[in-house]
Ligand binder design. Structure first.
Ligand code: OFO
Length: 175
C-alpha cells in the first residue's frame, strides 16, 4: 500500500519530470535555432525520455492505490547563453533530479513502503546513466574548447546517438 507521504512526494516528482520535459523541449528549440541540428535532435529525444519518466511514475501511483495528479509546471527558461553553458545546465539539472530521487528513496524506506522503494530503483539506475552521459558530453565540450571544427563534429556525433527503447509505462519492475 502506498504511504500517503510517499504518494505526495511521488506526485511532486511527476511535476519535476514534467518540468524536465518542457525544459529540454526549450533547449532543443534553442539548439535548433542556433544551428546545432544534431544536438537539437539529441535533446528532443531526451525530452521524450523525460515524458516517459513522468508517465511511468504517474501510472505507478495509480497502480499502487494512490491518486496521480496532472501537475502545474513552472515556466521553462529559453535563454541558455552558449552551447557549452546549455549542457552545463543540463548536467546541473540532472544532478538536481538525482537528489530528488534519492530523497524519495529515503522517504519510502523511512515509511516502510517497500513497494515504492523497489519501484524507485529503476530511477536510481536511470539517473546514474543520465548523469554519466551528460558529464561525458560536458567533458567533450571542454576538450573541443572554442574550436569550430571540433564543435561541428561534436554536434554531428550527438545527432547520431542512438535512442534508447522506452520501457513499458506501467509499473512493470522488469522494465
Ligand atoms: Fe533526466 O531525469 Fe528524469 O528521471
Amino acid at each position: 500500500m502506498l504511504a500517503k507521504k510517499v504518494e505526495n512526494a511521488l506526485n511532486e516528482q511527476v511535476a519535476l519530470e514534467a518540468f524536465s520535459f518542457f525544459q529540454y523541449l526549450a533547449m532543443a528549440s534553442w539548439l535548433d535555432n542556433n544551428g546545432f541540428e544534431g544536438a537539437s535532435k539529441f535533446i528532443y529525444n531526451q525530452a521524450d525520455e523525460e515524458k516517459m519518466h513522468m508517465q511511468k511514475l504517474f501510472f505507478y501511483i495509480n497502480d499502487a492505490g494512490g491518486f496521480a495528479k496532472a501537475p502545474a509546471v513552472p515556466q521553462a527558461s529559453h535563454d541558455f547563453g552558449t552551447f557549452a553553458e546549455l549542457f552545463d545546465k543540463v548536467l546541473a539539472h540532472e544532478k538536481k533530479v538525482s537528489d530528488a530521487i534519492h530523497e524519495l528513496v529515503n522517504l519510502a524506506l523511512a515509511e516502510k513502503d517497500f513497494t515504492s522503494f523497489n519501484f524507485l530503483q529503476w530511477y536510481v539506475a536511470e539517473q546514474l546513466e543520465e548523469e554519466n552521459l551528460f558529464r561525458t558530453i560536458v567533458d567533450k565540450i571542454k576538450m573541443v574548447g572554442g574550436n569550430t571544427d571540433g564543435l561541428y563534429m561534436l554536434d554531428k556525433d550527438l545527432g547520431t546517438m542512438s535512442v534508447k527503447p522506452n520501457p513499458p509505462l506501467n509499473s512493470d519492475l522488469g522494465a
